[in-house]
Design a protein around this ligand. Sequence first.
Ligand code: ZN
Length: 483
Amino acid sequence: MSSFSATLFRCVLFSCLPGRASVGAAEKVDYFTDNGYGKTVSTLQHPAAEYFKGVTYVAYQGPHEDPYVAAYHHGQGTWSGPVKAGVNPMGLSPDQVDPGALDNHGRPALTVDDQGFIHVIFGGHGGLFIHGENKFGLPGGGRQIHAVTEKHGDITSWKILDNVSPFGTYSQWVKSAHGGLYLFYRHGSHRSDWVYQKSTDNGRTFAPPVSFLKSKESRESPAVYDSWYAWFDPGQGDTITASYVYHPCGTSPAHNSHRQNTYYMLLNCQDSTWTNVKGEKLALPVTKEAADQHTLILATGREKSNHGTCHVDSEGHPHVMFRFPGGGIRYFRWDGLAWQKPTTVADGQGGGQDGDFIIDSPMQIRMLLSQSGNGGGAIGWWDTLDGGLTWKRGKSLFSLPSCTFEPSTLVRNGLPEARMLVGGVDTQTHLYRKMYLIGDHGALGRPAADTRHLGDRLETIRLMPQTREKEEARKRKKAGLSE
Ligand code: ZN
């Protein structure tokens, strides 16, 4: 039995223990809602969840690709919501059963401001021509929309604040050490700069977008545009870190999704300057040439890389993880003088790895990762005690035998009992997903009767001809009548 199967076996047994799978007369289940939809959460649109004054607020993509928010009240051990926080302009009606029909870029990122109002940003895939001139790139689709709760600490009613650019995608919230709320995003489709907008009044107004990472025609070839995928988080002091990868956006012979290299730099929020890891100032916006010269961690050659997450240790040194589609998750650490040789985490342990990590000390790091194998999925720790030179599998927090998980980043300011929001992906014909909030004691579920939020959507889906076709194909496959 592989160690993965062993973990699954233990967890299947564990979930059968009395008091865990069922509580009293009301059957309790591990998920808190059944109305996730498509690619519900991601580590890129983040945070998906934040803890504030006794409550963990979570946001995910629900029916019609709309943003939904729920709240877990730690004192009482109860859930409220989910509540729809707005309407995604990219959503199709009725809900679709073909995964390719969904855009998924507009899934929400959530933050809670100092006064307890909950904000979500959603709906964007670069905006449209009808939204006006895009000064930093080309439109793509949807519209970046900012919604906030009407009352603090209350997710039941929402309003739209028309105070950010419509051209955003991969929207990310970062709070700086001195009260600034930053919204980072790519200002349009692939061929667009990355920008931020800063608010000093809890998101009620924002300064105009500032471009810091440039998209332009490549010096290598006029058929290629320099494009980027970036991830942001607070650094030490009043700084924000950016870890990113390069996308050569080409048209000849054809466009593909190739991404390569790994990069790191830092925003000083006091004077809005950017520096590389050595503290050298960068000219703005940073171009491909400047990035290669000053912010490169690793040139990967033709090997594909993808964004991960980044945090700094008590000495202010960055630790970064990137995902390599052909080779799992790799961990990089700045030791003060140089980037340590990257190591592979969870080597040879199945696919689907993604997640986030916690730095306990410069040498002790814990990664909370999703993994899949044998049709099932797990969320569990991988630990290092030697600054990432070697990694060991730690405790598995939650697993299911016939469902894999799409993770988000760690809950911002999260408690140990609620560390990560994940969407379950099983083999249903439809695209509705169960949503789980995972912590040190497993998933924070609720009575089954309170998890049903699809209304008559399942019936609508059942009557669609595409659903019948998919069902027939599945039956044929099961009967061995097709490949
Ligand atoms: Zn492209």
